[in-house]
Write a protein that binds this ligand. Structure first.
Ligand code: FPP
Length: 283
């Protein structure tokens, strides 16, 4: 639900929403917008078929930079506001009982961004883990990471590993963060591991099949995403879960990620429920 409000930690970042989001002239205007948004959310939830929800939703969270630029803010503010959108998404997915949520947080290609932006994003990861992991843990959410954690600064790698360890027994929902992730690299790693198995005589080349290759992915135990959402109007998969998205349904929305709200997620779920999935077969 939209609540007024959890922005307090942003106030210290020089990015207070009062200054840069929609400007409300009166508290009553703000409250009436909250009431409207909440009734729209309730209405959309009613339209959902709870027996046909995707088991696994994956999201390419795009548009943070553009969101900030449109408001005359530094790009990093967009990344900071992105966290609130992540929180809303996790909360709603959890409430709906979606068991797996994968978020593309940082790609190996993102390392080539200006060093100041990369450092800001790493700092944001650190702060967010510190602030959010205890709450995720209380909500019984298990945190996983897909990607080359060893490529992160050591203290950040440690923080991710601690969060994974702390939440490893949780069974409420899996939140899989793709960090330092590349879909091609995931396949290269798996191919190398399989080659090592063969070279060591533990596997024969003819035994290599989809399941055996997949066993060497970061998290082979996760089902493939049923639904992929990409924000910001771009229609690409940008090296994200290349293997796992083979039969996923794609929903593209023009919303820039920091503006992604409960209604955007519900809209994507409703759109998913309109699709007929055939997996290459006839009906
Ligand atoms: C996409 O927008 C954003 C990124 C590639 C990096 C930032 C990621 C986060 C803020 C997520 C942090 C996640 C956690 C779990 C702490 P963009 O900058 O590519 O936007 P643009 O296309 O408008 O430039």
């Amino acid at each position: 639900m939209v609540s007024a409000n959890r922005w307090s930690w942003l106030e210290n970042s020089g990015s207070s929403p009062g200054a840069h989001c929609v400007r409300y002239n009166r508290v009553e205007d703000f409250n009436s917008q909250v009431v409207k948004a909440n009734s729209r959310i309730a209405e959309m939830k009613q339209q959902l078929d709870m027996t046909r929800l995707p088991r696994h939703v994956a999201i390419i969270m795009d548009g943070n930079g553009r969101w900030a630029e449109q408001r005359g803010l530094p790009r990093v503010s967009g990344h900071r506001y992105a966290i609130e959108a992540i929180r809303k998404t996790v909360d709603l997915a959890h409430e709906l009982g979606i068991p797996y949520l994968t978020l593309f947080a940082f790609s190996t290609e993102n390392v080539a961004r200006p060093p100041e932006e990369v450092s800001e994003i790493f700092l944001l990861f650190e702060e967010t883990l510190e602030r959010e992991v205890p709450e995720l843990n209380e909500k019984d959410v298990r945190l996983l990471v897909s990607g080359e954690l060893e490529m992160l600064p050591q203290h950040l790698e440690r923080k991710f590993k601690d969060a994974i360890e702390l939440t490893k027994a949780n069974s409420g929902m899996v939140l899989n963060l793709c960090v330092m992730y590349s879909g091609r690299q995931e396949m290269v790693r798996a191919a190398r591991a399989v080659a090592e198995e063969v070279a060591a005589g533990r596997m024969k080349p003819e035994q290599i099949d989809e399941r055996r290759l997949r066993d060497f992915f970061y998290h082979p135990e996760l089902p493939d995403p049923d639904l992929l959402i990409r924000t910001s109007g771009e229609r690409r998969i940008s090296n994200f879960c290349l293997w796992q998205l083979a039969y996923s349904e794609f929903v593209f929305t023009p919303t820039l990620w920091p503006g992604f709200s409960e209604t955007d997620l519900l809209q994507a779920l409703l759109e998913f429920q309109q699709r007929e999935r055939r997996f290459g077969r006839v009906r």
